[in-house]
Ligand binder design. Structure first.
Ligand SMILES: Cc1cc2nc3c(=O)[nH]c(=O)nc-3n(C[C@H](O)[C@H](O)[C@H](O)COP(=O)(O)OP(=O)(O)OC[C@H]3O[C@@H](n4cnc5c(N)ncnc54)[C@H](O)[C@@H]3O)c2cc1C
Length: 383
């Protein structure tokens, strides 16, 4: 027998877990379906931490960040658990770096408070870092991180408290879209609902192919590394900001390196922003590469010497799902207005996951959202 819901959400990563919460909060009978176990490591959302920041090189993201922080405060209060850790955020690189100059313009346009530190002052306040004399250093006090896995599971807990049904190890195999409803088949079950939200991460492209659209989404295989310096206190969240290094001396592409402090002895986290493109997540080799951490040690010798030779606690593979312009897709399906898509978060979506869950819900139930979504329209990728 087909079980009927108001809304079905496919994918319990950062975005789907948040969407199921906001749907339930709006009184919808929601079903969240996840192909693997909850909080699994095969997608994009597992782990200790993801950076949250106002500092973006596009004004639209700063605008979104202003609406986003209060929603994290509200969610963690309702949950009764801290999800946001404020460490301050630190961006550094040559003063003429485009991303830094555009970031300054964007945060100025939104009156976000920040400090431009001289190299001497930055070295004094953050002695973990070694900065070149020609560097620009931007410090923004609200930068920090979201406890990633705890946020995913937290949104699920909140959704369940409000009546949502959550089924893990339940892959959606087929989607049938009818004029005013949808049906999805899993192995042996069929569920129907008036609304479908697709938040399937790197699997979105192949899943949506069933519905007649081919989105230009590319999974990237990315590696993150956790190091255990002898003086861990200096690299702990109590003493160390989240940071992004826009340095070009080690590489020619506009890629940057970022890192987060240790939390609960997780280790100091460091990674390249980017990775190797794949055709489908099923191709992912989840064994980490030694070369990746070695190349980062070269960077650390120059700019974070206290961790450069630290023991490696763990390296892990995680997936980005990139769009060609690296902006998100948060919109209705072009042919079926009761199907809403959240995809293409291009390695920077987690910080916004709570507001994205709300935006997907707003779009599904109200036909639009009051939050900035001008950059996220699906039409830019359709002929
Ligand atoms: C190494 C790394 C570092 C990052 N750092 C940051 C950061 O510092 N700050 C930041 O803001 N963002 C960061 N990101 C990006 C952020 O983590 C992602 O944008 C976000 O997690 C994407 O969430 P998602 O829900 O779209 O995808 P996912 O977490 O992959 O969730 C999609 C889910 O859908 C499920 N699914 C797929 N198909 C089906 C199906 N047919 N049936 C049922 N379930 C299905 C999958 O199993 C998966 O659980 C980082 C990402 C990585 C990989």
């Amino acid at each position: 027998m087909t079980e009927t819901f108001d809304a079905i959400v496919i994918g319990a990563g950062a975005m789907g877990s948040a969407a199921s919460y906001y749907m339930s909060k709006r009184g919808q009978k929601a079903l969240l379906l996840e192909q693997f176990e909850l909080d699994h490591r095969n997608g994009s959302s597992y782990g200790h931490s993801r950076i949250i920041r106002y500092c973006y090189d596009r004004s639209e993201y700063v605008e979104l960040a202003k609406d986003n922080y209060p929603l994290w405060f509200a969610a963690q209060e309702e949950l009764g658990e801290t999800l946001y850790i404020k460490t301050g955020g630190f961006d550094f690189g040559p003063a003429d770096d485009d991303r830094l100059t555009d970031t300054l313009a964007a945060i100025n346009a939104h009156n976000i408070e920040y400090e431009l530190l001289s190299v001497e002052e930055a070295q004094y306040r953050f002695p973990q870092f070694r900065l070149n004399a020609d560097f620009q250093v931007l410090y923004q006090a609200d930068g920090g991180f979201i406890k990633a896995s705890k946020a995913v599971l937290g949104h699920i807990t909140l959704a369940k408290r409000r009546g949502a049904t959550v089924k893990d190890r339940t892959a959606v195999e087929r989607i049938r879209i009818k004029p005013d409803s949808v049906e999805v088949d899993t192995d042996g079950e069929t569920y129907s609902a008036g609304t479908l939200i697709v938040t399937a991460g790197s699997w979105t492209k192949s899943l949506l192919a069933q519905t007649g659209i081919d989105l230009p989404l590319v999974p990237l295989r990315c590696q993150l590394n956790f190091l255990m310096p002898d003086d861990m206190a200096a690299y702990d969240a109590a003493n160390c900001p989240v940071w992004r290094a826009h340095v070009r001396e080690l590489f020619s592409s506009p890629i940057y390196i970022y890192g987060l402090p240790s939390i609960d002895n997780s280790g100091f986290k460091i990674a390249w922003h980017g990775g190797q493109p794949l055709s489908h997540p099923s191709e992912t080799d989840y064994s980490p590469d030694d070369d990746n951490v070695q190349s980062l040690r070269e960077f650390m010798r120059a700019h974070i010497p206290g961790v450069a030779d630290a023991a490696l606690r763990e390296s892990r593979i995680c997936l980005y799902t990139n769009t060609p312009d690296e902006h998100f897709i948060i919109d209705r399906h072009p042919e079926h207005s009761h199907v809403v898509i959240g995809a293409g978060f291009s390695g920077h979506g987690f910080k916004f996951s709570t507001i994205i869950g709300k935006m997907l819900t707003d779009i599904a139930l109200d036909g639009g959202t009051p939050h900035q979504d001008r950059l996220f329209k699906i039409s830019r990728f359709l002929n």
